[in-house]
Ligand binder design. Structure first.
Ligand code: SAH
Length: 287
């Protein structure tokens, strides 16, 4: 069966009495070139085990199964399980794991299903849980690469450079953990039902060390969060309120000055290495 043929999809779904769920972010791919393209850029091949999140009826799963040794696909919607059983019947290297990707033990899943293969992620994500999914994937430290389709707006934020409107705390979070690339865009017409937004495919390649040394990861992200919490305020004000009770505004201002940053600088002007330098200064001042 052609899993991107709209008539065949409609037939399959109605035979199973399937109804789309908005809350589960269900937009299925109906343009056959897209799953092929995503699977190709994911690097899936012999020696790789691919974790897919939300296979739907399996158009991307099928492409991945043709390239990689093993595909493990986690699907939350129970109603898709009998459909996947049918559509994936010819692929013995596909395992469907029922459940919520945010609640699974990822290291366990990798050990149980990938046996010595290099684990990577490839998925057309449910867009409503993009941030928590990318966070658990990056925190798990399990994957050599993470190639996902998400909302274009979020993709731009993840890959944004300092001094651009898309740059923020989540850009820094992702860029701290991985090299981030925006690969290509996908229009709404490629999906059933068509989403309201344009999509984009990104690839995150996790690094074992951040691009610049950071003295204290927790403190680094506390500073980043405080710096972007109030975007219209200056960095000194944001940090003074984030570290209220620990540092005075005057102390924060002098710390910024000691790093060579002008007093009216804003969070979005600082690069990852600037934040690393600031973390060093805060760390000395707080200890
Ligand atoms: N990959 C398919 C479907 C994408 S739609 C395609 O490209 O056509 C998103 C999919 O994620 C749906 O199948 C939805 O049921 C599933 N999903 C939603 N929330 C999930 C979660 N928390 N864990 C696992 N799968 C989830």
């Amino acid at each position: 069966m052609d899993l991107c043929n709209i008539n065949q999809i409609k037939g399959l779904l109605s035979r199973h009495g399937f109804r789309f769920s908005k809350s589960m972010g269900q937009n299925f791919l109906i343009d056959p070139t897209v799953p092929r393209h995503i699977a190709a850029v994911s690097g899936a091949g012999p020696g790789y085990g691919v974790l897919e999140i939300g296979p739907g009826i399996g158009p991307l799963t099928e492409q991945l199964a043709q390239l990689a040794d093993q595909v493990t696909a986690v699907e939350l919607d129970q109603n898709l399980l009998p459909i996947l059983q049918e559509t994936m019947a010819d692929y013995p290297n596909v395992s469907i794991v029922p459940g919520d990707i945010l609640k699974l033990n990822l290291p366990q899943l990798v050990t149980d299903t990938f046996h010595g293969l290099t684990p990577i992620v490839c998925a057309n994500l449910p867009y409503n849980i993009t941030t928590p999914v990318l966070t658990v994937l990056l925190e798990s430290g399990q994957f050599a690469s993470i190639t996902v389709m998400i909302q274009r707006e979020v993709a731009k934020r993840i890959c944004a450079n300092p001094r651009t409107p898309d740059y923020g705390a989540f850009s820094l979070y992702c860029q701290y953990h991985a090299a981030c690339e925006l690969l290509f865009e996908v229009p709404p017409q490629a999906f059933l039902p068509a989403p309201k937004v344009t999509s984009a495919v990104i690839r995150l390649t996790p690094t074992t060390e951040p691009p610049v040394p950071v003295v204290d990861k927790q403190l680094f992200f506390r500073i980043v969060k405080a710096s972007f919490a109030m975007r219209r305020k200056t960095l000194a004000n944001g940090l003074a309120s984030g570290f209220n009770g620990q540092l005075t505004k005057a102390e924060v201002t002098s710390l910024l000055q000691s790093c060579g940053f002008p007093p009216n600088i804003r969070g979005e002007q600082l690069s990852l290495s600037d934040f690393a330098q600031l973390t060093q200064a805060f760390n000395s001042a707080l200890s």
